[in-house]
Design a protein around this ligand. Structure first.
Ligand code: HEC
Length: 241
């Protein structure tokens, strides 16, 4: 075994008391390293100020979820479910293609067309709400619950509580820190059915700069079902249009 420090001083003349400081020296060195590390961390934080992400790190694409709902919905002809329908939610392209239902060609077109173009040949939300299915909407809303609570407590999560959101002023739910974009939007808008319909089609397009990291609900029926469900989240649901 090697000599234990302090037991066999290299220099016999060296005072024993000094050698007994060896553990303290080691401790001191460790602390010094820690202090330097903290200092570097602090200084680098000053130099490289942290910035909020301008664009969200991830965007939830919901086309996968409605595919499931649509597959369960009564389809005119028993269309063989696209094998892609069971693809993981991440496979957005596949999911869009699998946006199951009646006529695959029309849906491809609808999926590919920009929201504005698609909106023009879509029945107005007032009409679609007449045949909307609240239960299907509740199912489709599962994808929202990652960020929103629908409870009547109005609790906020990543996004504001959505209880009684219909006919509310955008950006006004108590206790939620909205983006400036959403608050500005609220100065000139109300969450009526039509506004919700457009917003939920493509949130980023309708309210540029808002911080809802969500790609949108592309299928008009899915949006109608969702909005019918949102309407039900109230002690006094707003009248249908
Ligand atoms: C990834 C998280 C996330 C998902 C998923 C999400 N949202 Fe949001 N949502 C937000 C955030 C954050 C805001 C606040 C936006 C802002 O302040 O710019 C918001 C705002 C809203 C608003 C405006 C509310 C108000 O008080 O003005 C509505 C309506 C809304 N979301 C509906 C939905 C619906 C319906 C879904 C599901 C189809 C959904 N959201 C999915 C995060 C999300």
């Amino acid at each position: 075994m090697s000599r234990a420090p302090g037991r066999a001083p290299r220099d016999p003349k060296e005072p024993v008391s000094l050698m007994s400081l060896q553990p303290n020296k080691i401790l001191g060195a460790v602390l010094a390293v820690a202090v330097v590390a903290f200092a570097i961390d602090f200084v680098s934080d000053q130099i490289f100020a942290k910035q909020d992400l301008k664009t969200p790190g991830y965007v939830v694409d919901m086309n996968a979820a409605p595919a499931v709902a649509a597959a369960e919905a009564p389809a005119p002809a028993a269309v063989e479910p696209d094998p892609n329908a069971s693809a993981p939610a991440g496979a957005q392209q596949a999911a869009t293609a699998a946006d199951a239902g009646a006529a695959p060609e029309t849906q491809q077109v609808a999926a590919a067309a920009p929201a504005a173009a698609a909106a023009s040949d879509v029945a107005p939300i007032a009409d679609r709400l007449k045949t909307a299915d609240v239960a299907a909407g509740e199912k489709a809303s599962k994808v929202c619950t990652a960020c929103h609570s629908f409870a009547d407590s109005g609790a906020n999560k990543v996004g504001p509580g959505l209880w009684e959101v219909v006919n509310r002023k955008p950006g006004t739910h108590e206790g939620f820190k909205y983006s400036p974009a959403m608050m500005t939007f609220g100065e000139t808008h109300t969450w009526d059915y039509a506004t919700l319909d457009v917003y939920l089609t493509n949130p980023k397009a309708e309210v540029p700069g808002n911080k809802m990291a969500f790609a949108g609900v592309k299928k008009p029926e899915d949006r109608a079902n969702l909005i019918a469900y949102l309407r039900s989240l109230s002690a006094n649901p707003a009248p249908l249009p």
